[in-house]
Write a protein that binds this ligand. Structure first.
Ligand code: ADP
Ligand code: MG
Length: 471
């Protein structure tokens, strides 16, 4: 059995324990790139996938491979960005997983359109659901009301009015309601529209002298979802039309859900009769989620995007990004993208740096906000201390004489950085490490270089350490 066949069989075996979308996401560009007696080396295109495979799926992969070849005892993982699967004979044929769609990344609601009669309406974004909306004390009521409405449209709260600040999840809930109803009641016509589009559409039709067709469209709705109604302010004709639409739908027991950035009473520039309509059903707010909910939201987003981010980084983001959930999600995504680009994982440092750039005034919690220079490593003892922290080993083991790879490698990395970045001489470095010969130091430096060339993963680690130490 060649490597490709072996890997294909292994992945097929994995179907028992790993879901297909997960398999496609994480195994798509992988291949066996080496075998020895009892070890399989798996090549992986990026560090995120490597982490996922090595940390989360290792046992399953090992078990699945053992089913094919009994002797296998370990799986080694190596990041190899050069794997080119378009014309690579090692590439696994994934057609056996056909029919499964690759999980899509979440985007902002897209502008795809659906036809309703002769009209068009913005389609719902399927990825906003009530299930993946993370519930905490500050949005529980809104979520509960939304679920009640979704289960029995037109019966419970009509209209449902959801308000809250920017980026608090109003659009998510609104679309979630639409999606839930479309799924449960496929025969119902669900119209989602922002108030701006609603207005523009009306203006367009008035110009074409076809304003009456506007009525037809909206009165076909079984469920009308209008986002951000604060934009109706001062638009008298739109308010007039909306008022009649509202009444017609309401009388016919059709469900109406509205969102705005403030409660009905505070909607300046809106007619009183509209405001009183908005208040006659249920009014709920969504507020900024507390710390625990913010963490849960970050975890949910990581899950959706299929990435694994260190807990301390999530913690740091949740502590420091408190303005809105949108910002929370934005910082997370940018951190991931940046790290992916630079071939490292996001760290507290890299996220802190990004946050400092976007918000200079803000004090960051959980991170030393000294001047950048203060973090810079300048001396060999300091470098050693930081490396010990970074590689999670004892300083005295680095400086000692142990030949364990766990200690030798960091020791060699320190030697190399001390020479190349801090300008120490070979002799000085040798002395510092208990009077070693300068040729030993030279050997160490060469060793680090070749190892980094062979092992992209190590290179990445060294790069992350250099970055953190400002070297
Ligand atoms: P708003 O309409 O209130 O300005 P959005 O609904 O567009 O805010 O939310 C901004 C982003 O934050 C969206 O990507 C949304 O999925 C996410 N979001 C907000 N609240 C939550 C939550 N409780 N759980 C999961 N995601 C959330
Ligand atoms: Mg919105």
């Amino acid at each position: 059995m060649d490597n490709r066949a072996l890997w294909e069989k292994t992945i097929t075996n994995l179907r028992e324990s790993i879901s297909k979308p997960q398999l496609i996401t994480w195994f798509k560009n992988t291949a066996i790139i080496g075998t020895s007696e009892d070890t399989l080396t798996v090549g992986i295109p990026n560090a995120l996938a490597e982490r996922q495979l090595a940390q989360k799926f290792n046992k399953q992969i090992l078990d699945a491979a053992k089913k094919e070849i009994k002797q296998i005892k370990t799986i080694a993982y190596r990041v190899d960005p050069t794997l080119d699967f378009k014309n690579d004979s090692r590439a696994v044929d994934f057609s056996f997983l056909k029919g499964e769609e690759k999980p899509k990344r979440r985007k902002l609601p897209n502008k795809a359109e659906v036809k309703i009669g002769e009209f068009r309406s913005v389609m719902l974004d399927e990825r906003y659901t009530l299930d993946n909306f993370v519930v905490g004390p500050d949005n529980r009521l809104a979520h509960a009301a939304a679920s009640a409405v979704a289960n029995n449209p037109g019966k419970n709260y009509n209209p449902l009015f959801i308000y809250g600040g920017v980026g608090m999840g109003k659009t998510h809930i609104l679309q979630g309601i639409g999606n839930a109803i479309s799924r449960k009641y496929p025969e119902k016509t669900v119209i989602y529209q922002t108030s701006e589009t609603f207005t523009n559409e009306l203006i367009g039709l008035i110009r074409k002298k076809k304003a009456e067709t506007f009525k037809e469209k909206y009165r076909k709705a079984d469920v009308l979802l209008i986002d951000d109604v604060q934009f109706f302010a001062k638009k008298e004709r739109t308010q007039e039309e909306f008022f009649h639409t509202f009444n017609a739908l309401y009388m016919a027991h059709k469900q109406i859900v509205l969102t705005a950035d403030r409660p009905p009473k505070e909607l300046a520039g809106l007619e009183d009769r509209l405001i009183s309509r908005f208040e006659q059903g249920m009014v709920v707010d969504v507020q900024l989620p507390d710390y625990e909910t913010r963490i849960a939201i970050l975890q949910e987003k990581c899950h959706q995007y299929g990435v694994l981010i260190p807990q301390d980084v999530l913690d740091f983001i949740a502590t420091n990004v408190t303005e809105s959930v949108r910002e929370l999600e934005g910082v997370l995504m940018q951190s991931i993208a940046e790290a992916e680009l630079e071939n490292t994982l996001p760290t507290v440092q890299s996220v802190a740096k990004r946050l400092k750039k976007t918000n200079k005034k803000k004090e960051l919690v959980g991170y030393k906000t000294q001047e950048d220079d203060a973090d810079m490593v300048k001396t060999l003892p300091e470098l050693t201390r930081r490396a010990a922290e970074f590689f999670e080993i004892d300083e005295k083991d680095i400086k000692g004489s142990s030949k364990k790879i766990k200690f030798v490698l960091p020791r060699q990395i320190i030697m190399s950085l001390a020479r190349e970045k801090l300008g120490y001489t070979l002799e000085e470095i040798g002395d510092y490490f208990g009077g070693r010969d300068h040729t030993t130091v030279l050997h160490a430096i060469k060793k680090v270089k070749t190892k980094c060339e062979e092992d992209k993963n190590l290179l990445r680690k060294v790069n992350a350490f250099k970055k953190e130490s400002k070297l």
